[in-house]
Design a protein around this ligand. Structure first.
Ligand code: KIV
Ligand code: ZN
Length: 408
């Protein structure tokens, strides 16, 4: 069976940048956009041009610097927004306007004080108007997660009729369970005329920690595009994280799906986004957290040293990390200690290892983590360094403990 390609729509620079305290300037945005293009994303959502002159300028500059990826600009279903998005995209090789409106009862009644019929009219008008500026128009049905499937299908069918090339089904509030979201996508696939001629997209928020699971359910039910951000940043609890959905697809070949992402650039992209936005990645974050490929307990370390796969299902090299890390803590065993000394060029016999290990444990009980420099001090304490045939040279500027993960 032929594998189906899932398009990766990155919204780090739009939904991701909506996080409080995360402000990127144009230069940083262009730098991230270029990195996203080398990463292999299909679409870069560059911003919401009507929101500020700065965002407008960033979208324009990104259009000038990117050649392969589609550049997308967000707008509401408002003429002025659409017009500004269209002009901001003027220099793009492959421009896309992303326009839409809330379709759930919450949005129709409370946000717009409107009716389903009027919302449908506005949706159609927005798509027709956006088509005056670009051929590629993506429509979002905001809060689709809480929109009744029949009404959602009606909106989708109509916007397709008027030229939408992509339809986005956002679970704006992170409300759906994976089964529910998957069923919604399947319902649209089975009940909307013309749906096979457009790209159906997932856009899931992480309020219940289900964003990635919901996106996966979406693609397993027929969606062709996933909207996501690097490190999962975004409004409130964030969006589906790009690295998670991409690696899930890569690791599970039985899904018969693939993406165009060069996964070896995942770590360095995560690092760049974290540096530019000032948003630290939580240590235990899947794929890109500093602990994602680090082992600190004796049992796990012993297993990983014998064969990496005993405690790792993902090869760190696949995401651009040269090797797993063996972290020395009070929970570490002799195997890990010997391994780290060996990495420093120091081979300990059984007797020396026993001696060093007892001193190590005293240090480790007082510290969170033992560094290479401390390993050297431990050898000195044990009065062993002059007996060791290999000279132990530790470069303090490049101690493996300064930065656990070496990015290739
Ligand atoms: O979460 C959402 O509904 C959105 C839309 C504006 C696409 O980000
Ligand atoms: Zn969103």
């Amino acid at each position: 069976m032929e594998k189906k390609r899932i398009q990766i729509f990155d919204t780090t620079l739009r939904d991701g940048e909506q996080v409080p305290g995360c402000k990127l300037n144009t230069k940083e945005k262009v730098k991230i956009a270029k990195k996203l293009e080398s990463l292999g994303v299909d679409v870069i959502e560059a911003g919401f041009p009507t929101s500020s002159p700065g965002d407008y300028q960033s979208v324009q500059e990104i259009c000038k610097s990117i050649t392969k990826a589609v550049i997308c600009a967000l707008s509401r279903a408002v003429e002025k927004d659409i017009e500004i998005a269209g002009v901001a995209l003027k220099y793009a090789n492959r421009p896309r306007i992303h326009t839409g409106i809330g379709t759930s009862n919450y949005h129709i009644r409370y946000k717009f004080n409107s009716t389903p019929e009027k919302i449908l009219e506005r949706a159609i008008y927005a798509v027709k108007y956006a088509k005056k500026f670009v051929e590629d128009v993506e429509f979002y049905a905001e809060d689709a997660g809480r929109t009744e499937n029949e009404f959602l299908a009606k909106v989708c069918e109509n916007v397709i009729k008027y030229g939408a090339t992509v339809i986005n089904i956002p679970d704006t509030t992170g409300y759906c369970l994976p089964e529910e979201y998957g069923n919604k996508i399947r319902f649209l696939k089975e009940n909307v005329k013309g749906i096979d001629n457009i790209i159906l997209s997932t856009h899931c928020h992480n309020d219940l920690g289900l964003a990635t699971a919901n996106s996966l359910a979406g693609v397993m039910s027929g969606a062709e595009q996933v909207e996501c951000t690097i490190n999962g940043i975004g409004e409130r609890a964030g969006n589906t994280s790009l690295e998670e959905i991409v690696m899930i697809i890569k690791q599970n070949s039985h899904l018969n799906l693939f993406t165009n992402i060069n996964t070896k650039l995942i770590s360095s992209t995560s690092y760049l986004v974290s540096e530019c936005t000032g948003m630290k990645v939580q240590a235990n974050k899947a794929i890109v957290g500093i602990n994602a490929f680090s082992h600190s307990s004796g049992i796990h370390q012993d297993g990983v040293i014998k064969k990496r796969e005993t405690y790792e299902s993902i090869n760190p090299e696949d995401v651009g990390i040269d090797q797993s890390s063996i972290i020395l803590t009070a929970r570490s065993g002799r195997a890990a200690l010997a391994y780290r000394y060996k990495k420093l060029g120091c081979f300990l016999n059984e007797h020396s290892l026993d001696l060093v290990y007892s001193i190590f444990l005293k240090y480790a009980d007082e510290k969170k983590e033992i560094t290479d420099m401390e390993l050297k001090t431990i050898l000195e304490k044990a009065n062993l360094n002059k007996n060791i045939n290999k000279v132990l040279h530790i470069n303090t500027n490049n101690s493996s403990s300064n930065r656990r993960i070496n990015i290739v």
